[in-house]
Design a protein around this ligand. Sequence first.
Ligand code: MAN
Ligand code: CA
Length: 237
Amino acid sequence: MLYILVGVSFGLMCVLQVTLNISLRLAHSNFLEEQIKWLETSYNNLTEEKKQLQISYNNLTEEKKQLQISYNNLSEEKKHLQISYNNLTEEKKPLQISYNNLTEERDKFTELEWRTFNTSLYYVSNDYKTWEDSRQDCLKRGADLAVINSEEEQVFISQLNTKPWIGLTDKDSEGTWKWVDGTPLTTAFWSTEEPNDRAVNGEDCVSLYYHTQPVLKNWNDLACNTEFMWICEIVNG
Ligand code: MAN
Ligand code: CA
């Protein structure tokens, strides 16, 4: 009896064992299938991702190549500009020196007695001389006695507050007035009743009356050996 019981128990245990075994195997194979599916999906996703990264990588490589080219071009350009800059800096040096010297000379020249009007420079004397000596003084200064070519210039010279000799004379031919630059007199600003050649030995040189006459009527002929102040002019251009 005991043997039968043991036998049946053993038989049952075997059946149980087999059933358990089969269900475990089934469960296991389901689990593996799930896992394989998951791995497959992961693999596909990663493959896709890799493809995108490869594209990005290629684009970036291309971009880098272009940037490298741009950089090289700009470096080359910079080199040329640097050379130009250096050359110009070198060229500028002597020009700067010339400029400084000329500025200094000009300042020395103008800060004394020279005045500008339009394109001319005018020197107002501090001294009194005959017409001829006045003219010599102007020539020594690289100028000549002032030649009046316009109403504006007549006004400007009259306002220099002197009673100066100007560069007009008829000493070569009485009554024929000529400027020191050789041009004949066209626009005149004679004072009333001038020129009158009044003096005993004649009056062949011209000076301005200062303030005693209207500004556009202030020329007077005078004896050239009279000592007066004078105006020199340097005509530019
Ligand atoms: C007066 C006028 C002038 C003349 C001078 C000479 O001013 O008669 O015409 O030139 O005297 O000093
Ligand atoms: Ca006169």
